[in-house]
Design a protein around this ligand. Structure first.
Ligand code: HEM
Length: 570
């Protein structure tokens, strides 16, 4: 459903708008902005719009960061964009000056139309966002997230079992990705996705993803997500860049109709999940979950029905805001974590010496008779360093999620106009050769000190952070603790129990591991840039471990029943 080309109607609409824009532009010249940060020279009206590769901007932004240094400025149509290329600059603005850098530069079509202005991740820094964020803190904040560990433990056992069942299917049955990165359900990527989505589905809706094939939720969630990362990519629609186009009538604004259709399509999913819980509650069925608990509490305070957008007079999330708050957690927590696991496998395959070293560590600490568990973390410093290096070398949200300047500001003598989109250029920061020598190399040793446990050092404090994948300041990722725990338990168990291999080229005998330096071939576009599918075969490292995996899968089934959750169908 994504759209990236300018249709003839859009082009016509643009011409109509240019006249008005020209007047506005001339009027504004009186307030010439002095000393903006440096940046590439653009063309009148459009600025740098045509110099930015819309769906894959990060290589170009990295190039500009080399040319202009820690901060540069672009014009995308009338929109000012400021890009921060060092950790210091991003910390200074997003953290120390978070009072006025915590809002969002939401893309018009993706947020205002497709999400009816309710998608939490794009909400401005206002009362709605604060209420939504606070409502989540008791479920996914640092302390509550520890209560999810038993669930992560059980789901990771199911994942191991599924990888064994998968075996070499993604090698022997070649599979093709859809045009928006849709993953075939028989591919091992779907096994990983089931895990991450099941965790957040259960937390948000009290429903597991207990089936990979023919699952009504799993694939739709990822379809919605793939569509969202394309539609939401800055510069994808002219109406995002030129607010003046938003005033055009429907007939000249095809993106509006398209956006509304996409909203209906999304609400079938997000609204449907919320309605299911309401129906269950009416029938006396209640499961512990964020949405269920919220609706129950809201009803107890006299707001059983609160349809529509925004907040009620007494500050409760109305249905659509509630649905899109839960949706943000599903979207933010599914693909980001899954793709980090997929990148990890890729980096291991591409660096056999690292794979050997980390396996030796796990084998030494854990042994053959049991799987790793959360208590092993302090004894697996090299393994934790491998996870951190994976996040540094391939951040899923490769340019972060843009913030917005709520007021005029000056940084290092450069003027940052109010309303600027401000991007923390995670890719450029992670590729800084001073901070990370030889930054393109995958080298976990940069975070490893023999004999010492490896701290996660991922924030939100500005001091001592080793990578920036979780963003900054008041918009810092709310699920980072859940993400790290998932990465730890799943990846340590895979390394412990399962051998994985890519097929070899029949002519040369060389392994066909995707080239980690080939951005276009190996990674998707969109603002969540993640590995494209690649074939891997999986098998147990020993019969003893296979037996432990099968047994622990059976034990998990018994636990799901005790918890009142669906058992796995295979
Ligand atoms: C490796 C995995 C993950 C990565 C790389 C990631 C990255 C991010 C980033 C970059 C942001 C925006 C930060 C900013 O604006 O400066 C964000 C926001 C968010 N993340 Fe994550 N995330 C991950 C996993 C998760 C998980 C597992 C959850 C939930 C269980 C989650 C929930 C959220 C939420 C709710 C927000 C919205 C915060 C807001 O707008 O206020 N994330 N994440």
């Amino acid at each position: 459903m994504a759209q990236s080309l300018i249709s003839s109607t859009e082009a016509f609409a643009l011409l109509v708008a240019i006249g008005c824009a020209a007047l506005a532009f001339l009027g504004k010249r009186a307030t010439v902005r002095k000393n903006l940060p440096p940046g590439p020279k653009g063309v009148p009206f459009f600025g740098n719009l045509f110099q930015v590769p819309v769906l894959r901007p990060y290589p170009k932004f990295r190039e500009w960061s080399r040319q202009y240094g820690e901060i540069f400025h672009l014009k995308l149509g009338p929109q000012d964009v400021v890009v921060l290329n060092t950790a210091d600059a991003a910390d200074e603005l997003f953290v120390k000056r978070s009072n006025y850098y915590s809002s969002r530069a939401a893309p018009h079509v993706a947020h205002d139309i497709m999400s009816a202005g309710q998608r939490m991740v794009f909400l401005p820094y206002d009362k709605e966002w604060k209420t939504a964020r606070k409502s989540l803190q008791g479920t996914i904040g640092p302390n509550p997230s520890k209560k999810l560990r038993p669930q992560q433990d059980l789901e990771s056992r199911v994942l191991l079992y599924d990888l064994l069942l998968h075996g070499d299917k993604s090698v022997t049955q070649p599979q093709v990705e859809g045009p928006n990165g849709e993953v075939p359900e028989n591919h091992w990527f779907s096994v990983i996705r089931r895990y991450t989505t099941s965790i957040v589905m259960t937390v948000m809706y009290g429903k597991r993803v207990h089936r990979i094939t023919n699952n009504p939720y799993l694939h739709k969630i990822y379809d919605v997500l793939a569509n969202f990362t394309h539609v939401g990519q800055p510069g994808n629609y002219l109406a995002d860049a030129f607010p003046i186009l938003r005033k055009l009538p429907d007939i000249l604004a095809p993106w509006r109709l398209k956006g509304r259709k996409m909203h209906e399509w999304e609400m079938e999913l997000w609204g449907g999940l919320l309605d299911d819980i309401k129906v269950d509650m009416k029938n006396g069925v209640f499961r512990d979950s964020y949405v269920g608990n919220y609706l129950k509490e809201r009803a107890e305070k006299g707001k059983e029905e609160a349809p529509g957008c925004g907040l009620t007079d007494d500050g409760w999330l109305r249905d659509k805001l509630l649905a899109y708050t839960a949706a943000t957690v599903l979207e933010a927590g599914s693909d980001t974590t899954a793709s980090t696991m997929q990148s990890f496998i890729l980096f291991m395959l591409a660096h056999p010496h690292v794979l050997k070293k980390v396996r030796d560590e796990i084998d030494r600490v854990v042994g053959e008779d049991r799987m790793p568990n959360f208590d092993d973390e302090k004894d697996l410093p090299y393994f934790v360093a491998c996870i951190k290096e994976t996040l540094r070398r391939r951040p899923p949200t490769i340019m972060g999620i843009p913030h917005l300047a709520d007021q005029d500001d000056v940084y290092e003598g450069y003027y940052i106009p109010k309303g600027s989109t401000v991007i923390g250029n995670v890719w450029a920061i992670h590729m800084d050769p001073v901070r990370y020598p030889n930054p393109r190399a995958y080298n976990p040793d940069r975070f490893y000190k023999e004999g010492q446990s490896t701290p996660w050092s991922s924030g939100p404090d500005t001091q001592g952070r080793d990578h920036y994948v979780f963003g900054w300041g008041r918009r810092f990722c709310q699920g980072s603790y859940i993400a790290e725990a998932s990465l730890f338990i799943v990846l340590s168990r895979i390394l412990w129990g399962i051998d994985f291999q890519t097929p070899t080229d029949p002519k040369t005998g060389n392994s066909l591991v995707p080239d980690i330096n080939d951005e276009e071939e190996t990674f998707t576009d969109g603002f969540v840039s993640i590995p494209k599918i690649f074939p891997v075969s999986f098998k147990a490292r020993s019969e003893k471990k296979a037996e432990i995996i099968r047994k622990s899968f059976e034990e998990a089934q018994a636990e799901w029943q005790v918890w009142g959750l669906a058992t796995d169908e295979r």
